[in-house]
Design a protein around this ligand. Structure first.
Ligand SMILES: CC(C)(COP(=O)(O)OP(=O)(O)OC[C@H]1O[C@@H](n2cnc3c(N)ncnc32)[C@H](O)[C@@H]1OP(=O)(O)O)[C@@H](O)C(=O)NCCC(=O)NCCS
Length: 114
């Protein structure tokens, strides 16, 4: 974690942590989101979008020209969320090994979504 702290962002409020996004920029210039989550009682308020916007700005400062994320094909909420943010979503067979398909998201930067 200490090696990519500048692209790991946490949303804090008086009542604690409401969400976070952890990722890094690859040598090839991809801002890769390892995970994003918002607290149950903060969902649907635009926090996930704001976290992605902040991550995209940090990733661009580190040279990223596109974003990538993956999720399980069962995670329909995540797929809908990423589509709302303008990501292209594809189901890639065998992504995680034989018989293990994943939903793979790509989007060019800049991210003008706020
Ligand atoms: C996915 C997640 C991060 C979304 O966070 P959020 O704070 O609710 O997202 P926002 O309120 O910023 O929503 C942004 C857009 O996505 C859409 N969206 C978010 N969750 C959605 C869902 N479950 N179904 C359909 N659309 C959804 C919103 O409607 C909104 O669209 P709009 O701006 O066009 O109206 C949150 O539901 C979560 O933490 N899920 C569990 C963890 C997870 O699955 N993470 C992703 C994989 S690592």
């Amino acid at each position: 974690m200490q090696e990519f702290g500048s692209t790991c962002l946490v949303a804090r409020a008086e009542d604690g942590i409401r969400g976070y996004i952890f990722g890094f920029v690859t040598p090839g210039g991809t801002g890769y989101v390892h995970l994003i989550a918002t607290r149950d009682d903060a969902r649907g308020t635009g926090l996930g979008r704001r976290l992605y916007t902040a991550f995209a700005e940090a990733a661009e400062r580190h040279g990223a020209r596109q974003l990538k994320a993956i999720t399980s094909i069962e995670n329909t909420g995540s797929i809908a969320f990423h589509r709302s943010l303008g990501f292209d979503a594809k189901i890639v067979d065998d992504y995680n090994g034989h018989g293990l398909a994943m939903a793979v998201f790509h989007r060019d930067l800049p991210l003008n979504i706020s």
